[in-house]
Design a protein around this ligand. Structure first.
Ligand SMILES: *Cc1c(COP(=O)(O)O)cnc(C)c1O
Length: 388
């Protein structure tokens, strides 16, 4: 019935797996026929604390019972507390709340435009992003996305986005020297684009270039943020202090919330009336996000790093696995002789849910995944990959 209704009435934008998920606990989820799966997708890096974490569930349901939405015409305690928690744990100064990754990146783009116009008039329209990046599905964030196949049907795009190769400092210096760049927007580990990890040499070079030319360094941490890489932010692996950080996916632990974090240089750029969002900072979503942040103490982040290492070490021993990349619990790998879609399909038949990212199989388990579950996933993958 669900499949029938979906096919009949939902816009055909998604290729879904033939599974109707029904309920979950931790890293396990069951479909409507009672089949149990080990989940290494976490709703594409969204369910940070797994399915139905008791503290998250309690925070969300208590807030829903008290006040579900206020509009931004009023002050709201969960939003203010979340903003303070985010700033104090990241060294950033102000937060704008949105509802998704794309909307957070739209906010970052508007911020970059205004920052540059305030100082340089119309001299700096260009925003640089990287090839193989992914920044969202709106017209401007698609323009920012450095993958040609996203650009097929939707011209005309927002102008003045340019894509440069990742880890190529010479290309970036040459382009910046033309003097018209307002911001550089990067993912430190490219999520959708195939789990490319930026080198620290490159990232330090980008930061120095941005400082020297008053260009905003904007890091899209929509996928890498909120503990995913084993630090609260991937920026912390690089000892980076970006001017703008965007968050979404894992922030709400399963509820829609995005955030634009602003550093000292641009914290005052947006004023009254410059930006807004009806649902932005919704109290139920903020309560969920606070429960997530409260759970991500240092031992939990150390757990993420340790489970990531266990996974990578185990993957390296599996037949046909090569080009393992990623950080923390954001891992990709290639398989000799199999497409990522084939691996995902076979693993699902054996009760393990996985993701793809371009040419790679991608693993994004909940941050609470334990060693037994990591080992179970590796055993299923060994069965899938062993030639029969
Ligand atoms: C998923 C993702 C987005 C888009 O987020 P939505 O919530 O789907 O709009 C943007 N940037 C990165 C790095 C992402 O992984």
């Amino acid at each position: 019935m669900t499949l029938h209704n979906d096919h009949s009435y939902i816009a055909g934008t998604y290729a879904r797996y033939p599974v109707v998920l029904s309920h979950g606990r931790g890293c396990e989820v069951w479909d409507d026929a009672g089949q149990r799966y080990l989940d290494f997708t976490s709703g594409i890096g969204v369910n940070s604390l797994g399915w139905a974490h008791p503290l998250w569930q309690q925070a969300v349901s208590e807030q829903a019972g008290r006040l579900q939405h206020t509009s931004n015409l009023f002050y709201s305690a969960p939003m203010a507390t979340l903003a303070k928690t985010l700033c104090q744990s990241t060294g950033m100064q102000k937060v704008f709340f949105a509802n998704s990754g794309a909307e957070a990146n739209e906010g970052a783009i508007k911020l970059a435009r205004k920052y540059a116009r305030d100082r340089y008039g119309d001299q700096r329209p260009t925003i640089i992003t990287l090839l193989q990046s992914f920044h969202g599905r709106t017209i401007s964030t698609l323009a920012a996305t450095g993958q040609a196949h996203f650009h097929q049907h939707f011209h005309p795009f927002t102008p003045c986005f340019e894509h440069l190769p990742a880890n190529d400092m010479d290309a970036l210096c040459a382009r910046v020297s033309r003097g018209d760049v307002s911001a550089i927007l990067v993912e430190l580990v490219q999520g959708e684009g195939g789990l490319t990890v930026l080198s620290s040499e490159y990232v330090q070079g980008v930061q120095a270039l941005c400082r020297a030319h008053d260009i905003l360094l904007m890091v899209d941490e929509v996928q890498t943020g909120i503990g995913r890489t084993g630090r609260l932010l991937a920026s912390q692996h690089y000892d980076l202090q970006p001017d703008v950080i965007t968050l979404a996916k894992g922030l709400g632990g399963g509820l829609p919330i995005g955030a634009v974090l602003m550093g000292q240089r641009c914290a005052q750029t947006l004023g009254v009336g410059d930006h807004g969002s009806t649902f932005g900072g919704n109290p139920v979503c903020c309560a969920g996000a606070l429960a997530v942040l409260n759970a991500l103490d240092e031992p939990t982040l150390a757990h993420v790093r340790s489970m990531g290492e266990r996974l990578q070490a185990g993957l390296a021993t599996l037949p046909g696995v090569h080009d393992i990349s990623g950080l923390g619990l954001m891992i990709g790998f290639c398989v000799q002789g199999m497409t990522p879609a084939q691996v995902v399909h076979k693993a699902m038949q054996q009760g393990l849910l996985l993701l793809t990212a371009k040419h790679k199989v991608r693993l994004l388990p909940a941050l609470v995944v334990n060693a037994t579950q990591v080992d179970e996933a590796l055993t299923v993958l060994e069965n899938v990959l062993t030639p029969s």
